[in-house]
Design a protein around this ligand. Structure first.
Ligand code: PLP
Length: 427
């Protein structure tokens, strides 16, 4: 792979010329000269997402309460309709997926449902490098059961601060573990975990396992028919680009249909009898049973628009381009940036790499400030990581080349020295 790459802007332009997905960039709002590499924190707005929000407003204006019955109940059943738009991307049945709440709340819901500690089997297994909110949710669910966190939470350590070895996870699957919650992709290093192998090992021990796909959804295809997880959650505002605070998604494997949801609400009731308004809860027979309150229509509408783009482009093509782009960044780091103290902290092996690159440098924070001043947007993760996400639908090879030009200049001329190391509220 590395051998195929060449230095120089001409090569980048040649790659763009061959890129089947290059036209999708026109459907996104990217400023003139803007190099946007933070789509793994907040994806860019598309015209499709914008149009579907405006359409939802129109429907509200025109239909008011009648909107719930409008178009054969499409909007009343909107969470599963939106969830179903991900069925190809994760290879799951449409009624196993529903859009609701945030990832944090969906983790609470899944644990409230599946975490049933006994004297012998009561531990929850997590990893040391997961995103904080997942761990906060796990700890509060342990506390709600009246158990001791120290004794109940089992944490798989990283050997090097970047990677979690699947072997270490599997070794930790002891008979006292009740539930496992892991990220598909580590948000800092972009390591992709072997979900199929770990899930199989958990199931051999009779352990429930859930995956948080927040950092891989939209850049990596997943095959849930093969992986067979018990539950999964993911955000839609990162690679999916559905906008700040757009609803998250909850997947419940159909073998768990019929399990009583841990946190019940009237929208989890069977649609046919919901408006009988009975105090006896009759859960829906599919993933909708895990819904709670009235769906956040305006926060789901942009997902409908942007998923049209994803399903049109196809996740396999997106993955193919994404890997080519991260390969290209790794090549340019080695060839042009390593001499200025930059190094790659992301696995080089395709099977272990997601859709972003962790560019490491001792001055990472100040380098990010220098990049932003030049209209190049990365993000920073403590203590020394510059994350660069070339989102396949709106980043070009030429953009990558321009970004590396800027990074080279910042490194060579130490342009970061004029910035303060004092952290901003959102970094
Ligand atoms: C981004 C992210 C979240 C965000 O959770 P919200 O509740 O939707 O804010 C959670 N977990 C992981 C692993 C993430 O990457």
């Amino acid at each position: 792979m590395k051998e195929n790459f060449k230095l120089g802007i001409e090569f980048a332009k040649e790659m763009d010329g061959k890129d089947e997905l290059r036209h999708y960039k026109e459907r996104f709002y990217i400023g003139e000269g803007e190099l946007y590499f933070d789509g793994n924190s907040l994806g860019a707005c598309s015209k499709d997402a914008e149009a579907s929000v405006l359409e939802m407003l129109e429907i509200w204006k025109r239909e008011k309460i009648l909107m719930w019955n409008f178009e054969d109940g499409k909007y009343f059943k909107y969470p599963q309709f939106i969830g179903g738009l991900f069925s190809e991307m994760v290879n799951a049945d449409k009624n196993e997926i529903t859009a609701t709440n945030s990832v944090t709340i969906n983790i609470h819901q899944a644990l409230a449902t599946f975490y049933k500690p006994t004297k012998e089997r009561y531990k929850i297994l997590v990893d040391e490098l997961n995103f904080p909110t997942d761990i906060h949710a796990v700890k509060s669910q342990i506390r709600l059961k009246g158990l001791d966190i120290e004794d109940t939470l089992k944490v798989v350590k990283s050997r090097d601060g970047r990677i979690i070895e699947e072997d270490d996870i599997i070794d930790a699957l002891t008979d006292d573990v009740a539930v496992v919650l892991l990220p598909s992709l580590l948000y800092r290093s972009a390591q992709l975990l072997d979900m199929e192998r770990v899930t199989k090992a958990a199931h051999e021990k009779g352990i429930i396992i859930g995956w948080d796909l927040s950092h891989s959804i939209g850049s990596v295809p997943h095959d849930f028919k093969k992986i067979d997880p018990d539950f999964a959650v993911w955000v839609t505002y990162k690679h999916i680009s559905a906008g700040p605070g757009a609803n998250a998604v909850l997947y419940i494997n159909k073998r768990h249909f019929g399990t009583e949801p841990g946190m019940a609400g009237w929208h989890g009731n069977k649609k046919e009898t919901q408006f009988l308004l009975s105090h006896d809860h009759t859960p829906a027979e599919d993933a909708d049973a895990w819904l709670t309150g009235t769906p956040n229509m305006l926060s789901m509408a942009p997902i409908e628009g942007v998923m049209r783009i994803f399903n049109e482009a196809g996740i396999d093509k997106i993955r193919e381009k994404s890997l080519k782009m991260t390969d290209y960044i790794i090549f340019l780091i080695e060839e042009r940036l390593s001499k200025y103290g930059f190094s790659n902290g992301t696995p080089v092996d395709h099977a272990r790499r997601g859709g972003h690159i962790a560019l490491e440098h001792d001055e990472a924070y100040r380098i990010c400030l220098a990049l932003k001043e030049k209209n190049a947007i990365p993000d920073f993760r403590e203590p020394n990581v510059i994350r660069l996400a070339p989102v396949a639908l709106y980043v070009s090879f030429e953009d990558i080349h321009k970004l590396v030009d800027i990074l080279e200049e910042i490194g060579r001329d130490k342009l970061y020295e004029k910035f303060s190391n004092k952290r901003a509220l959102v970094v």
